[in-house]
Design a protein around this ligand. Structure first.
Ligand SMILES: Cc1cc2nc3c(=O)[nH]c(=O)nc-3n(C[C@H](O)[C@H](O)[C@H](O)COP(=O)(O)OP(=O)(O)OC[C@H]3O[C@@H](n4cnc5c(N)ncnc54)[C@H](O)[C@@H]3O)c2cc1C
Length: 352
């Protein structure tokens, strides 16, 4: 899609024009290099699987170059991977890259000692994962340190030429790889609508997810900017999927001449996976303060009196205190709400 013309009601594609009565725009986001074209040319971003594979292949080529390098300083530079941005993407990339490299070293490059590899996570703000509670940022930094990732906060990357990362303060860090995880903006498509956008290039939408100027066009996901009393809806997969459902239903209502419903985001929480062993999770209940305690009631059937009920085992696994009354009586599991909040799960990560 090259352009959307909401006045003429046509989508302009590289294969010609497609007329429409209603449209839903879901063009997502792109990496934001903040106008630094030099960095954009040589740094790696992570937007899709081909991008991840390109990075992996590049890292392997850097290892090959390191083995061939005679000069120890040059060798160290080949083995230095800098990551700009300590949000969830940067933190996850840092953990994953460090693990990948150490695994590769052990298996395929025993001549390179693990201590020669430097993985640097450079964050401009005072802490990584700034959208999480501070305790989780600190926990994330500890997890990263365990994986051999060096975290530097208050550090802004000013330029990169493929060999040297220059920081805003003037420091130069020789590095064979820079991964850019310092920002996203909307994809270019909203820019063709001819309406004012927010500063990330997103389309401001009504609570019904319609454009203010063109109610026959809905915008969802990362391309949309929806203000709520809790702040803008975040650019994440769960709101994108929920918005898709709401927009589809609202479109059907619009066609049927029925009143439209506002989008309400059901926040399932956020989790960052650091390497393959540690996760840092923010539970939305910690912010909602809805219930100081939760009591779960269940009736234990007499034939199961001797077994350990599954919910109890799972809650114990989470470190949640569980009280069980004698067999045959209702089981009362008393869950301290705090115990479920911001729990650090040091267990193998599963896909969400
Ligand atoms: C590295 C990374 C890690 C992430 N991790 C998480 C996570 O752990 N949890 C989470 O909730 N969110 C995560 N996100 C964010 C999440 O991926 C997005 O919020 C979500 O994908 C947004 O969905 P969307 O449908 O709006 O856009 P997208 O999923 O980006 O889909 C937009 C689609 O539109 C296509 N497109 C764009 N322009 C055009 C055009 N002109 N013509 C035709 N097609 C076009 C794109 O190719 C793309 O396929 C991550 C994002 C990145 C980059």
């Amino acid at each position: 899609v090259l352009r959307i013309d909401p006045v003429r009601k046509v989508v302009v594609t590289d294969g010609g024009e497609i007329p429409f009565d209603y449209a839903i725009l879901a063009s997502g986001s792109a990496t934001n290099f903040f106008g630094n074209d030099a960095i954009a040319k040589v740094a790696f971003d992570l937007k899709d699987l081909p991008g991840a594979l390109r990075l992996r292949n590049h890292l392997i080529r850097r290892f090959e170059a390191a083995i061939a390098a005679a000069d120890p300083a040059e060798r160290r530079a080949f083995l230095t991977i800098a990551i700009a941005g300590g949000g969830p993407t940067g933190v996850e990339v840092g953990g994953a890259v460090s693990e990948l490299l150490r695994r590769l070293l052990r298996r395929d490059y025993p001549a390179i000692p693990a201590s020669d590899v430097t993985v640097l996570l450079l964050e401009g703000g005072p802490r990584v994962l700034s959208m999480f509670p501070e305790s989780l940022s600190r926990a994330a930094e500890r997890s990263l340190a365990k994986l051999g990732v060096e975290v530097r906060t208050g550090t802004i990357v000013a330029s990169y030429d493929g060999t040297t990362v220059r920081l805003r303060g003037g420091e130069a860090i020789p590095a064979g790889t820079l991964v850019w995880a310092a920002g996203v903006k909307a994809s270019p498509l909203p820019g063709t609508l001819g309406v004012p956008l927010d500063r990330s290039g997103r389309v401001p939408v009504l609570p019904t997810l319609q454009m203010r100027e063109f109610p026959h066009v809905f915008v969802v996901g990362d391309a949309a900017h929806l203000e709520t009393p809790q702040g803008p809806v975040p650019a994440l997969a769960p709101p994108a999927m929920q918005m898709g459902t709401t927009a589809a239903k609202n479109l059907a209502r619009l066609v049927a001449g029925e009143p439209l419903k506002p989008f309400v985001y059901k926040d399932p929480g956020v989790m960052a996976t650091i390497g393959r062993k540690a996760r840092r999770r923010r539970d939305p209940r910690s912010e909602a303060h809805r219930l100081p305690r939760v009591a779960v009631l269940a009736v234990r059937p007499p034939h199961a009196a001797r077994g350990v009920p599954e919910p109890r085992r799972r809650l114990r696994g989470l470190g949640v205190p569980v009280r069980v009354l004698p067999a045959g009586l209702p089981i009362i599991l008393s869950i301290e709400e705090d115990a479920l909040q911001n729990k650090v799960l040091d267990e193998p990560a599963r896909r969400m």
